[in-house]
Design a protein around this ligand. Structure first.
Ligand code: NAP
Length: 242
């Protein structure tokens, strides 16, 4: 029977992308409180004070994250993909540039960061993505964003197999609905208005999520107690979608 000591992250080292703000920042702080070393990054000038610069969209900058993790500890144990571009655009307004910006950050970045970190991840390592309820709900205005998140969920299922028995690594994601962060508040007024009925129908409570609603679930997935959970997408959306 577990005594929940497995929830400690003491001695682990995590690479948390998108940790300068929002959900990633909440995760990085909670990981640190549970005893982990945390490597974070930023791309926006406004986040410079809070993190170390390394865009996951730029493949040349990925080794810097891995090197930083290896300096913090010889072994990074946890990889957490929170960095994302999350703008809305209807199909008719979607441009190749918009597509590339989102896919480079949300899909290509995690693929090549995971590839770079995989040789250093020991047995018991953990990889967690932040997906989105939008990957499955079908929200108007999310042609590209929803496709990137569905791609991330596919990576979780594939890597659970590729990195499972052979590497002893679990790979999972959580899928928030609307969360009160910059990404949510930068949405245009009409989108926020259109989402209001969905928010009010959220089974757990008629409100948007908070970072604190999401972070503990991610910390659990990174703990020893979550060793039997892999290839999964856990609801972090108050029951909007499972
Ligand atoms: N908020 C929501 O309603 C919601 C709902 C469902 C899922 N999600 C998902 O949750 C995750 C976190 O979102 P959030 O709401 O916390 O977003 P946020 O507050 O807008 O923060 C985005 C983070 O991603 C980083 N980032 C952006 N492009 C990057 C790049 N190319 N390389 C490295 N880092 C980059 C940003 O760094 P800078 O500070 O340097 O810009 C920032 O730390 C995302 O995967 C998002 O899709 C969010």
């Amino acid at each position: 029977m577990s005594d929940f000591s497995g929830l400690s992250l003491k001695g682990k080292t995590a690479i948390v992308t998108g940790a300068s703000r929002g959900i990633g920042a909440g995760i990085a702080i909670l990981f640190a409180k549970r005893g982990a070393n945390v490597v974070v990054n930023y791309v926006s000038e406004g986040s410079k004070e809070r993190a170390q610069k390394a865009s996951v969209s730029n493949l040349d900058e990925i080794p810097r994250l891995v090197d930083a993790a290896r300096q913090a500890s010889t072994i990074p144990n946890l990889g957490f993909h929170s960095a994302a571009q999350g703008l809305e655009a209807n199909l008719v307004d979607t441009t190749p540039e918009f597509y590339t910006t989102h896919f480079d950050c949300n899909v290509r970045g995690p693929i090549f960061l995971t590839k770079a970190v995989e040789p250093h991840l020991p047995k018991g390592g953990r990889i967690v993505f932040i997906s989105s309820a939008g990957a499955r709900l079908g929200v108007a205005g999310q042609t590209v964003y929803a496709a990137t998140k569905a791609a991330d969920e596919a990576l979780v299922r594939v890597w659970a197999k590729e990195l499972g028995q052979s590497h002893g690594i679990t790979v999972n994601c959580v899928n928030p609905g609307p969360v009160a962060t910059d990404q949510w508040f930068q949405s245009d007024e009409q989108f926020l208005k259109d989402m209001q009925p969905l928010i009010e129908s959220t089974p757990a409570a008629p409100r948007v999520g908070e970072v604190d609603d999401i972070a503990p679930l991610v910390a659990f997935l990174c703990s020893e107690d979550a060793r039997w959970t892999t290839g999964a997408c856990l609801s972090a959306n108050g029951g909007l979608y499972n």
